[in-house]
Design a protein around this ligand. Structure first.
Ligand SMILES: Nc1ncnc2c1ncn2[C@@H]1O[C@H](COP(=O)(O)OP(=O)(O)O)[C@@H](O)[C@H]1O
Ligand SMILES: [Mg+2]
Length: 251
């Protein structure tokens, strides 16, 4: 078990990090509230990293920090994506650099069809996944291409939200609780699609309350506890370690 990777001798991540996405000593605040308390981790190209921890541990804050959202404020640290310094970027620039955040609330744009939601996400000329390729990936979306996005079921909205991220030229997908509130059969469908996306080489960070399901899909796992990393290792290690799961995941 590798607790708290030590990057102290490795300040210049751009030169030394073999990882695709590197977070180094990141500290994040909401106003005066100190939430993410100096975390460092790497995500390798093509892997799925499960980011786990109890409610309020700081998972969403971590994803929003990496995506450079206005809230929270990241006041220290470096974030590198494929040799690009995300920590110097706005959220729009980070998204153009290949960061695809799929937020918990899905944010489907009202008044637009499924297809218009996807078209709007594509940068011109389209260099991400083509809309036809996205319909192959999510046949339900193809069948409902003319339907208004907000009238889709919860599971279909989640699929649209993921498809929309892929429609950009995304290099890393950050998924915030994609299974939340969905029936097990829909979760199966989304999980199958995430496996398929991984086979195409996608790099993914998966935040999930359903830790067992996330660990079954993930290569590696990080566990957060009150804004600090308490575990960084393989997904199997967490599945096999009952006391670790009981202590930090309450399962
Ligand atoms: N917008 C906000 N303003 C102030 N505090 C927040 C805000 N969002 C989250 N927090 C606090 O930050 C901590 C971590 O929250 P969050 O990252 O959402 O946790 P998780 O996603 O792991 O459940 C919690 O204590 C939460 O109350
Ligand atoms: Mg959250």
């Amino acid at each position: 078990m590798n607790v708290r990777p030590d990057f102290s001798k490795n300040r210049n991540m751009a030169e030394t990090a073999p990882a695709f996405l590197s977070v180094w000593d990141m500290h994040s605040y909401y106003g005066e509230s100190y939430i993410v308390q100096g975390i460092s981790f790497n995500v390798h190209e093509g892997e799925i990293l499960a980011l786990l921890g109890r409610n309020g541990a700081g998972k969403t804050t971590t994803l929003r920090s990496i995506a450079r959202m206005d809230d929270p404020q990241v006041n220290h640290g470096e974030i590198w994506l494929d040799h690009q310094p995300l920590h110097k970027m706005t959220s729009y620039e980070a998204s153009t650099a290949g960061l695809g955040l799929v937020p918990e609330d899905r944010r489907i744009i009202p008044g637009l069809t499924v297809e218009e939601n996807l078209q709007l996400a594509q940068i011109a000329p389209p260099i991400g996944w083509s809309i036809e390729r996205l319909y192959d990936l999510f046949p339900r979306l193809g069948e409902r291409r003319k339907q208004e996005g907000v009238t889709l079921s919860g599971g279909e909205q989640q699929m649209l939200s993921i498809a929309r991220a892929l429609a950009r030229d995304v290099k890393v997908l950050l998924l915030d609780e994609p299974y939340e509130g969905l029936a097990p059969v829909i979760v199966d469908e989304i999980e199958k699609t995430l496996r398929h996306i991984k086979e195409q080489g996608m790099t993914t960070i998966l935040v999930e309350q359903n830790a067992i399901r996330a660990l079954q899909l993930a290569d590696r796992a990080i566990i957060l506890d009150t804004g600090s990393i308490v575990f960084d290792g393989s997904a199997e290690e967490v599945l096999e370690n009952d006391s670790l799961r009981a202590e930090y995941l309450a399962i």
